[in-house]
Ligand binder design. Sequence first.
Ligand code: GDP
Ligand code: IMO
Ligand code: MG
Length: 423
Amino acid sequence: MKQSKLTAILGLNWGDEGKGKLVDILAGKSHFVARFGGGANAGHTIYVDGKKFVLHQIPSGALHPQCKCVIGNGCVVHLPTVIEELEELKKAGINLTGRLFISDRSILLFDFHKELDGLRENSAKEGKKIGTTKRGIGPAYADKINRCAFRAGDLLHFEDFAERLQDRLEEINKIPGMPFKFDAMREINLYGDLAERLEGMICDASTMLREALEDGKPVLVEGAQAALLDIDFGTYPFVTSSTTTAGGIFSGLGIPPQATDIIGVAKAYTTRVGEGPFPTELLDADGDKMREIGHEYGATTGRPRRCGWMDLVATKYAAKINGCNSINLTKLDCLNDFPEIKVCIAYELNGEKIDTLPANILDYAKVKPIYETLPGWKSDTSKAKKIADLPAAARDYIKFIEKFTGIKVSYVGVGVEREAMAS
Ligand code: GDP
Ligand code: IMO
Ligand code: MG
């Protein structure tokens, strides 16, 4: 067997670190880009020659014609979104015919899941809302675990699929508070149509990826969401409903555990969209400045992202859980105009200093950040091609992060474009 070449790009904070950009860069040399979890709650932004692409459901390898894209079994898939994205890409001259594959074991996410998501969020008490993307993620994963979901491969047995969907919609229509009744015939016809359009794409993606790895072909794994939104290790219950950390790669793609180059992506400051504790959040002019300079508005929902200083306690915790070999520090350019830069190096909880995330959310809501203040660089970084090209204070900031986490920073984002990456 040849040496496998598996690389994974995983978010180290609360999402939106800039994973899509690095995936797009590395996809140029990859045979496959595969998503192992999440669904259209993701919003991955790529800029090429001034043109912006935002992908939710389709992997960020799409822009490279040699790259095959896989939606793995660990994902929840809203097929109408897949079609919409395929059409958008086609309009931009990007054709995915013959290079998009959807695992036959991936879970179908229907519009009724989105309604259930919205219903739960709208009826939650103040302080208990998760601030989901309302893309139906929680209800779809709940159906998977509850063993009543529909899988993409079920579409290939359409008679049984239609019968089950009719029964499920009858159940859904009886749920108190449902704003309208789903028309079973309409949904069945829609999915009949989708089954025809997507037939060649629904396949045994696990075998396809395993064989590619056995052949020594490079496979890139695209993380969605991030470690602090992980269902087990995130800030539960203010998390998403999937495994976003490294362990999910193997179950979410159906490939055996193996040596993997894991690149963690962390912003040079921190953002969070949605509810839940955020120790370094800045509710002041610095936070607003980060939001404006970094254009911190959700790629999926357009919500303003909450902004704050880099949290090295959370980043190190995430990097250790993922077993990162290196870090991509992104959006360094967005700090160019700050005279001083703070980084959180420990938390204080009940008068004691701690260096990890407490499991309980009430404790996490109480932690206070302990900061180290570093000098800013107050100069342009956007032309840097190498990390060595960066101003000395920016390099010191990077060295501080490396020393604290024990992990090398191998890539530094200095702008939105594909080329704006120092390494
Ligand atoms: P993802 O979900 O992790 O792929 O990240 P998003 O696309 O949701 O959000 C990251 C945002 O930051 C996008 O608008 C990117 O275009 C932008 N971005 C990524 N890296 C950089 C960088 O190094 N500098 C700047 N200025 N913007 C970046
Ligand atoms: P990418 O892949 C940022 C957040 C939501 C909410 C919580 C649960 O672009 O980094 P969900 O809809 O998943 O049930 O919402 O998770 N969230 C994200 N935040 N980036 C994402 O994806 C996210 N996907 C989910 O805002 O707080
Ligand atoms: Mg995003």
